[in-house]
Design a protein around this ligand. Structure first.
Ligand SMILES: *Cc1c(COP(=O)(O)O)cnc(C)c1O
Length: 368
């Protein structure tokens, strides 16, 4: 927290707006939409809820397919299951670790042959870096299929001068405890289609029709964001740029200290935009350095330092074992390779230089 949050939270208490609506909610939506440059925003209880609403509004239902990045957190794809639809997983490309246009194109060619195009494509922006949207959009436009950007990890990242999450039909942000700014739990759905956002707002508040009594014609959800948490969000938004600078500084220090080790390769930053470096991630090639990713995780754990492998691709998860998957190349599954060799190291915005030196020293000792 930055301390700027308490003013907005105190406002909520002073005015007794302790509810899933109120002035902080309206202002948080406006301020976030302003920051990223979208026409509007709807504040909800989680990023997962925002993805769910987007799928629902796009008419995704039983029997439908939805294409989704494979190298991501399970929350990107769970809402596909909530809607009774079937995920088809798309591999990453090596330059950005994000959705491979080559794999996406193959999936579309097969879908067209089968006579069933997907209802939507969920493009995930991993670890603070935007996917390469232009080729992905070109393919999706050719088939007339809308994109939902899962920008839960990439708030503040850019692509060709635009903010990540503002390029597809819908964008989704998360303010979960681990994200670059947090309100403990919460999310935001953005779009330039105000009509769709109105639908989302309606569905997120139990789909109550305009009437004096309680009248319902559609099935809704209890997905609205608390006015107290929205107050935290308004304060956090004021320090988002500082948080991005801090995460990038953390990355740069790791890079300066470790990138000269033969066999360590940091997640590249694509030339088309700025990554927030939400998490610092790199791969370890044991045939080059004689050390495995798991050796490093173990050595850090012994020092009580938590590090984790990069996301386990969703097509490898037991939950999705019957789902189709399109690799980047017939002989090269990029997401599987990144999962086997990739590591995320401590990257918090409040990590001190001393703490980071402890991490670096411990990793360096693995190579001696
Ligand atoms: C965190 C995260 C989500 C889910 O956000 P919640 O607010 O926790 O529901 C979705 N997708 C990705 C890629 C995430 O990292």
């Amino acid at each position: 927290m930055s301390r700027l949050e308490t003013r907005f939270v105190a406002d909520a208490f002073a005015t007794n707006w302790i509810a899933p609506l109120g002035p902080n909610v309206d202002a948080f939506e406006r301020e976030l939409a302003n920051y990223v440059g979208s026409e509007g925003a709807v504040a909800v209880s989680s990023g997962t809820a925002a993805i769910h609403l987007a799928l629902r509004i796009l008419g995704v239902g039983p029997g439908h397919k939805v294409f989704c990045s494979s190298l991501t957190f399970v929350a990107s794809a769970n809402p596909i299951l909530y809607q009774g639809a079937e995920p088809v997983f798309i591999d990453s490309e090596p330059q950005s670790w994000n959705m491979s246009p080559i794999a996406l194109e193959k999936a579309f060619i097969d879908a067209e042959k089968d006579g069933q195009l997907p209802k939507a494509v969920i493009v995930v922006h991993l670890y603070g870096q935007s996917a390469d949207m232009d080729p992905l959009i070109e393919i999706c436009n050719r088939y007339g299929v809308p994109i939902i950007e899962d920008a839960a990890e990439s708030l503040g990242a850019t692509y060709q001068g635009k903010f990540s999450g503002t390029i597809g039909k819908f964008g989704v942000y998360s303010f979960n405890g681990n994200k670059i700014i947090t309100i403990s739990g919460g999310g935001m759905l953005v779009s330039n289609d105000i009509g769709c956002l109105e639908q989302a707002r309606f569905l997120s508040a139990q789909a109550r029709d305009a009437a004096v009594h309680y009248q319902h014609s559609a099935m809704g959800y209890n997905y609205r964001l608390s006015n107290v948490l929205a107050g935290i969000g308004r304060g956090q938004l004021l320090v988002l740029n500082e948080r991005i600078a801090a995460r990038r500084a953390v990355f740069n220090r790791y890079y300066a200290a470790l990138s000269n080790i033969n066999g360590i390769e940091f997640m590249p930053e694509a030339a088309y935009g700025d990554s927030t470096r939400w998490l610092t991630a790199f791969t370890v090639n044991p045939s080059q350095c004689g050390v495995t990713r798991d050796d490093i995780i173990r050595a850090l754990a012994e020092e009580n330092i938590e590090a984790r492998p990069v996301w386990k691709p969703l097509h490898l998860q037991p939950l999705f074992k019957n789902c189709k998957y399109y690799p980047h190349q017939a002989t090269a599954s990029v997401s599987e390779d990144l999962f086997e060799r990739g590591i995320c190291v401590p990257s918090g915005s409040n990590l001190t230089e001393e703490e980071q030196s402890r991490v670096v020293d411990c990793i360096n000792r693995c190579f001696r």
